[in-house]
Unconditional design. Structure first.
Length: 282
């Protein structure tokens, strides 16, 4: 009878050892230190921090971070995090340390650092700030004056993107009805990743009386090609054919077309979305 007893005892020891190993809790680490925030370019916000003091020597530190309302959660070994965001509202980041990449593990006490919007009356900031990339050659940004703004306010637009070494000022301010605008050169770069970037924009006045307003414009979100150059029109087999030349910087496969048809005999006015078998462009 000794053999079954010994086997049962060995099985019990193994079970206990395995159970203890699975149940070992992850050690909670101290919080990060010296969390700070800064702004580069116009809208690139960078948070940096130092590792926690008196962290466990057996811990390979990872850092859990998220923005307000637990948005954009991230676990990474780097002691920094950046985000490209308009600075029109308060932005906060919370950071904690932990010993694994498992989100379910309890991180340390979270430390928070915020960056506030610029000073000034929010009603003085420009509104409806929007930008369009025209024919992949220049970008035009337009806006409306703020509610609490003098009619003779002189505006200045600054812009930055990854191909620039510094922030530049837009020189070509103009006004069309109520909207104010400014255009600056922006040619498509040969870098294949250029289209994935954004243009950071800020509008303020020359004397600091209005609150600055920011916008981030993804390059592929607002692109407007020039109209094609129409070289010839003709009817054939009951169809209207248009022979034209594409605007520069665009291939035919990237474009769709609309034709406005005015019939003087019937006094009709139609706008047609046409497909390639009715329209020929070179």
């Amino acid at each position: 009878m000794e053999l079954p007893v010994r086997l049962f005892g060995l099985w019990a020891l193994l079970f206990c050892a395995t159970s203890e190993g699975d149940a070992a809790p992850t050690e909670t680490q101290p919080p990060v230190t010296n969390l700070s925030v800064s702004v580069e370019n116009l809208c690139t916000v960078i948070w940096t921090w130092n590792p926690p003091e008196r962290a466990s020597p057996n811990c390979s530190l990872w850092y859990f971070s998220h923005f307000g309302n637990k948005q954009d959660k991230k676990i990474a070994p780097e002691t920094y995090r950046s985000k490209e965001v308009p600075l029109n509202e308060r932005i906060c980041l919370q950071v904690g340390s932990q010993c694994s990449t498992n989100e379910s593990d309890n991180p340390s006490t979270l430390v928070e650092k915020c960056i506030s919007p610029p000073e000034g009356d929010p009603e003085s900031a420009v509104t409806e700030l929007q930008c369009v990339w025209h024919n992949l050659r220049y970008m035009k940004c337009t806006w409306l004056p703020g509610r609490n703004t003098s009619p003779d306010t002189n505006y200045t637009l600054y812009y930055w993107h990854s191909s620039l070494g510094k922030i530049l000022q837009c020189e070509n301010i103009d006004k069309e009805d109520q909207r104010i605008g400014c255009s600056f050169a922006l040619n498509k770069a040969k870098d294949s990743s250029f289209d994935q970037h954004s243009v950071q924009v800020m509008v303020k006045d020359n004397v600091g009386k209005i609150r600055p307003s920011f916008n981030i414009v993804p390059l592929t979100s607002h692109v407007q090609p020039d109209p094609p150059h129409i070289k010839n029109l003709f009817f054939q087999d009951g169809g209207l054919y248009v022979l034209g030349k594409n605007p520069q910087n665009f291939a035919s496969r990237c474009l769709s077309y609309q034709i406005e048809v005015n019939n003087s005999q019937t006094e009709t006015h139609d706008i047609l979305s046409v497909s390639f078998f009715l329209i020929i462009f070179i």
